[in-house]
Design a protein around this ligand. Structure first.
Ligand code: ZN
Length: 210
């Protein structure tokens, strides 16, 4: 009984961890041309799992965790609005990061799944560009490691989103959708939840008010 009473203030604190913070989450791909035809679909796994669906699911799950911790969350795509309209992928990718700049977000997280013609290739990757993103990149790397997916790359890279972003920004590849084992994991809701939790913990490590 006493334990129950003592746990109440702690959970209230947890709910306020990210109060006043805003995160822009960017589930990769999922654009259509103005005429409605597919533009930027993203990678497709050997069993037909779509990168743009996996990234959306992980983005939504991460968003729910952040909101529960008191943050405001803006998703560049959501279950309510799963598609963006664009003719140029690179311009659209820059626009996603530019939104985070405009909102003066605490951080921007672009979520992707990797692909290779070699189906044995596996692992996660984290990319960033500016010094203000290094702490978040390191935290994401550390939090993804326990998922056992392996690591493919971890270094600064000049990508459309990392170049455009002025606020702390990372692009994370949450596994290889072209690898049958990792495709299966990425399509599984419980594993998507673990991916989202790892990204949430990395944001906690980097930005939580203590
Ligand atoms: Zn991608």
């Amino acid at each position: 009984m006493l334990g129950t009473l003592l746990s109440t203030p702690a959970s209230v604190d947890a709910a306020q961890t990210f109060t006043g913070k805003l995160f822009v989450l960017d589930p990769g791909h999922g654009t259509k041309y103005p005429d409605g035809s597919p533009n930027n679909v993203g990678a497709v796994g050997p069993s037909g799992v779509l990168e743009n669906a996996v990234t959306l699911a992980v983005g939504e799950k991460l968003g729910a965790l952040l909101r529960a911790a008191g943050a405001r969350v803006v998703l560049t795509r959501s279950y309510a609005h799963p598609y963006r309209t664009a003719t140029e992928k690179r311009i659209d990718n820059r626009a996603r990061a530019a939104l985070a700049n405009r909102l003066n977000a605490t951080a921007f997280v672009a979520i992707h799944a990797d692909a290779s013609t070699d189906r044995s290739v596996r692992g996660t990757s984290v990319f960033w560009l500016r010094d203000n993103s290094v702490a978040l990149a390191n935290a994401v790397r550390a939090r993804l490691a326990p998922l056992g997916l392996g690591e493919s790359a971890f270094h600064a890279r000049d990508l459309a989103v990392t170049s455009e972003a002025r606020i702390p920004a990372v692009l994370v590849e949450i596994g290889y959708i072209s690898n049958p084992d990792q495709e299966r994991a990425l399509a599984t809701p419980t594993f998507q939840e673990r991916e989202a939790r790892a990204l949430f913990d990395a944001l906690m490590d980097t930005f939580a008010t203590r």
